[in-house]
Design a protein around this ligand. Sequence first.
Ligand SMILES: O=C(O)CCC(=O)C(=O)O
Ligand SMILES: [Fe+2]
Length: 315
Amino acid sequence: MATTIPVIDFQHYGLQVENTQTVTDEDLKQLGEEIHEAFRTIGFCYIKNHGIPQEMIDKAFKISKDFFDLPVDTKTKVKRSVDSNNGWVSPGRESLNPDRPGDLKEAFNFKPPDEKIFPDSDVPEMGKIFDEFFVVCKKMTFRIVDVLAVGLKLEDREFIRQCHQNIGNGNKNQTTLRSLMYPPLPTDGSILPGQTRCGEHCDYGTVTMLFQDDIGGLEVCNTTGKYIQATPVPGAICVNIGDLMQRWTADELKATKHRVLIPEDEVKKNKGRQSMAFFIHPDDDCVIKCLDGSDKYQPITALDYLNWRFSLTYY
Ligand SMILES: O=C(O)CCC(=O)C(=O)O
Ligand SMILES: [Fe+2]
């Protein structure tokens, strides 16, 4: 029974390994087994030694903070548009658990090549930093799905990677970098009953990479149905499976519910929290058909599936 989130060491297949030809089958098999076991049970793992430079992560957090600190009027100019999902999502706009009041968070979504979404005159470097970060996250995605293909014992080890070829081309793939800000919590009693930082939900896509600051608060539902802390592990990325991957693998892998509650600790309550999620989706026209041939779920394109999920989140 999985009651904790395992840490998987990517030292042999992180981005620091430039020439992947040198990676042994044995190393890949080991990683494949570890990631498969994590996603088959708790649906989450941490990846350490991933090779994404810490400096890049820090810069993306810093520039996001500069953005969220802008006045509401300025942020409103780059508000999320329904047709692209890109842009600013204002506080309370989303309830990831529709049974709860609006989440106490704001967010900024980016999917290239929509450069016009950045508030260039107010935060000049934002577009460049997000672009660079997106590219490196894409590279890391391929490492993760390669390992997953090995773990799933797919005949074609490149199959999942090929289904994600168009990441970064927003006209063909919906993979999105989302920066999140959970502001310090109001002390004036305005928090509604049941309101939280981020309601219980599963992610929609195949895989999510989550970068979080050191405040913590993310909780993951383990196999016993109990929520456990996904305490930030310095330097590690928190990685999880989304509903579409569960569907694709005919429930062999598990998309796990997670949430961010209001901290009980007064000091943490008065602090903001930041995280960044890279939500990975297959190419829009990729038909998601159960990999085991069971047809447990009807085949559906990645885009149709995502649009259906969005229609339940935003109304
Ligand atoms: O901020 C976090 O730690 C989690 C955010 C999350 O789960 C999401 O946006 O889907
Ligand atoms: Fe999530």
